[in-house]
Ligand binder design. Structure first.
Ligand SMILES: Nc1ncnc2c1ncn2[C@@H]1O[C@H](COP(=O)(O)OP(=O)(O)OP(=O)(O)O)[C@@H](O)[C@H]1O
Length: 651
């Protein structure tokens, strides 16, 4: 049993493995690598090509020189004369050796310079494409699988280049030998081919078998690697020891490695059988070849010197052939991985977020969600069903509801990260506090038509599972503004507003401390400290629409109150704050509260209005929380009052 058979189906890969397909794909993939090389460093690529061609020529001259030496030595006459006559050919042979050494050194230098650049170029293309894919597309397993598989081919580009150089070197050398041999006697060329073909067949067969096996075991391997990673992860250290999870994982590792070893044994046996068959055919061809040579020499069809040259050529070509077989074998494997990367890039560009679109009105006053439904790929129940919501600048809009009711999904729709299946999301222009209605004074753009880069620029977010970057404290905040130049004063201001400035400045390396233990300047932050850092990041972004999803789940009571006050202040300064939370004490001061229930808006209004509905969902949830503190709804006076109930507009 493999780790999970459901994961490992990969019909595409198997379909691609037909010989004709592979033979056609190889030049295409070499083309990809060469194009990448040409785009990054044309001089180095030209250097490699010239060096390879030069090596082919020197090989040919080498054989001609060998033939010259042998012809002189096998000629009639005194030995001294024969040796003297062979001197020019010997000098040519020496020159050829020097030329070969120089060209090899040049090729090594140039390809060493080119390889990392090619890897970088392919990696950049791949990672750029996958990060531009619509999030909804990445939720589709077939897309996700292709995008994931592409990851393994980025360093294959580098290896493909080095192998292409190696293969080109051997092939050019062999072609040169073949030309020289054919010019000596026509029968010598088919002999060389007869030795070469069985080995080439064996190489392709083994590469195919290994690739199929790897594709089938890819998730198993990944699972084994993950098991081992857990054993050294700091956040798992407690459970590894206290719950004895470590021994369970190690047992799993042993069992799963055992299965993989069985597969490795199967592959090794199959490869040995293939190698043996290839060697047998190749050996038979060699025997035949030397037999023909013998017959040609004895029947006088070939001069002795040419026979000697042929033996040298066949022996060096056979040695080259062994290296060729090994390199072609590896090249096929790398080619298959690289073609996964190319396929991933193609699929990614088919699902890319459009780069163009209508600019958003400036400034945007409001986002209006109208009749929006959304179902996650593969899900049977919609996460959102015919939802209507308005989010205005200058206000705090709270989204509340039970787990799984659709709050985070709605926040992602508001931020343009997910596009609805039906309904519209309008970005409406006008000044904060203006009262233009749909189609009124404010120009409006539907998110599908909008330049999505504008949409993203207008949104800041702090998600439930925001990333904890393994970087410095400063970088963890500055990354909120993407690649905008860092502004130290604003950075400090954001940290101060999030209540994390003193903590950072008190760290051993201050702003330059890496907020992840294990690095040289690494420190460990607590969950709440991370949450403050995340808040600072979203504040530093300075976007007019701020979407915060449970921003205080890890904060102590004082920090939590401060965080909610800060959101209120932000809204008062003109920002639209969308607050997803289960802390209903905080939503009491929101300008508008939407209550979601299984994907639809069940209730909407201010805290006062919603509390005025006996039996309502919001009131039920609020009462449940208040009861934990021994308060009843009517006695829950301690919660912050709505800012100004009368000012909040009905929607
Ligand atoms: N990536 C996803 N793929 C498939 N279904 C998803 C995905 N994310 C969420 N869902 C489903 O969509 C529904 C709404 O999820 P959502 O995360 O929006 O709820 P929520 O109200 O934010 O929940 P919580 O309060 O637990 O954070 C749930 O049924 C959830 O299982």
């Amino acid at each position: 049993m493999r780790w999970d058979d459901a994961f490992v189906e990969h019909e595409g890969a198997v379909a691609r493995l037909r010989f004709a397909h592979m033979a056609a794909a190889l030049p295409r993939m070499v083309g990809v690598v060469l194009r990448a090389g040409w785009e990054t460093d044309p001089r180095a690529l030209a250097g490699v090509v010239v060096a390879q061609a030069g090596q082919g020529l020197t090989t040919a001259f080498g054989l001609v020189a060998v033939n010259g030496v042998l012809s002189s030595l096998f000629a009639n006459g005194p030995t001294d004369d024969k040796l003297r006559e062979s001197l020019p050919a010997l000098a040519l042979l020496a020159l050829v050796s020097v030329g070969m050494a120089l060209l090899t050194a040049w090729s090594t230098a140039m390809s060493g310079r080119l390889e990392p650049q090619v890897e970088r170029a392919v990696s950049l293309r791949y990672y750029r494409s996958v990060t531009e894919v619509e999030i909804a597309a990445t939720e589709r397993p077939e897309v996700q699988r292709h995008l994931d598989a592409g990851k393994f081919g980025t360093d294959s580009a580098r290896r493909m280049l080095s192998l292409s150089v190696g293969v080109a070197n051997v092939v050019i050398g062999m072609v040169a030998a073949a030309v020289v041999l054919a010019s000596l006697h026509w029968a010598l060329l088919p002999m060389l081919l007869a030795i070469a073909l069985p080995k080439a067949w064996g190489a392709v067969r083994s590469a195919r078998r290994e690739y199929v096996s790897r594709r089938h075991w890819v998730d198993h391997r990944r699972a084994v690697a993950t098991l081992l990673q857990y054993l050294t992860m700091p956040h798992a250290a407690g459970e590894i020891r206290a719950h004895a999870a470590g021994s369970l994982l190690l047992r799993g590792y042993e069992e799963m490695s055992g299965l993989m070893e069985t597969e490795q044994r199967r592959l090794a046996r199959a490869q040995a059988a293939t190698d043996l068959a290839a060697a047998a055919f190749s050996g038979l061809a060699s025997v035949g070849c030397y037999g023909v040579l013998w017959w040609l020499l004895t029947s006088g069809g070939l001069p002795m010197a040419v026979g000697g040259t042929a033996v040298v050529a066949i022996r060096t070509s056979t040695a080259r052939l062994t290296s060729l077989v090994q390199q072609v074998n590896r090249m096929y494997e790398e080619m298959l991985r690289l073609s996964d990367t190319e396929e991933a890039i193609q699929i990614a560009s088919g699902h890319a977020i459009p780069r163009t679109g209508r600019p958003l009105p400036a400034p945007v006053r409001e986002i209006q969600v109208r009749d929006v439904s959304f179902t996650y790929p593969g899900a049977t129940v919609p996460a959102l069903h015919r939802v209507d919501v308005s989010v205005r600048r200058g206000e705090v809009t709270a989204l509340v509801g039970a787990n799984g009711s659709g709050k985070s999904t709605l926040a992602r729709i508001l931020g343009g990260l997910l596009l609805s299946d039906s309904g519209e999301v309008w970005w409406v222009g006008g000044k904060a506090g203006g009262d233009g209605e749909d189609g009124g004074e404010g120009e409006r753009v539907e998110v599908r038509e909008a330049a999505r880069a504008d949409v993203f620029r207008s949104v800041g977010m702090l998600t439930q599972d925001f990333p904890n970057w393994q970087m410095t404290a400063a970088a963890n905040i500055a990354i909120g503004a993407g690649d905008r130049p860092r502004d130290a004063a604003r950075l400090k201001e954001a940290a101060r507003a999030a209540g994390v400035d003193e903590l950072i400045e008190g760290l051993p390396h201050g702003w330059d401390s890496i907020v992840f233990k294990g690095y040289e300047r690494g420190v460990q932050l607590s969950g709440g400290q991370w949450q403050k850092l995340g808040t600072a990041r979203s504040l530093y972004r300075g976007a007019p629409f701020l979407l915060v999803d449970e921003p205080t789940s890890a904060l102590d009571p004082h920090a939590e109150i401060e965080a909610f006050d800060r959101l209120r202040t932000l809204a008062d300064s003109g920002v639209a704050v969308v607050l997803v939370t289960h802390r209903l004490a905080a939503t009491a001061s929101a300008d508008h509260i939407y209550v979601l229930d299984r994907g639809h808006i069940a209730e909407g209004g201010t805290h006062g209005e919603l509390m005025g509905r006996p039996g309502g969902l919001y009131r039920g949830m609020f009462d449940a929380q208040a009861a934990q503190y021994g308060l009843t709804a009517s006695s829950a006076e301690g919660v912050p009052a709505p800012r100004d109930d009368t000012a909040a507009q009905p929607r």
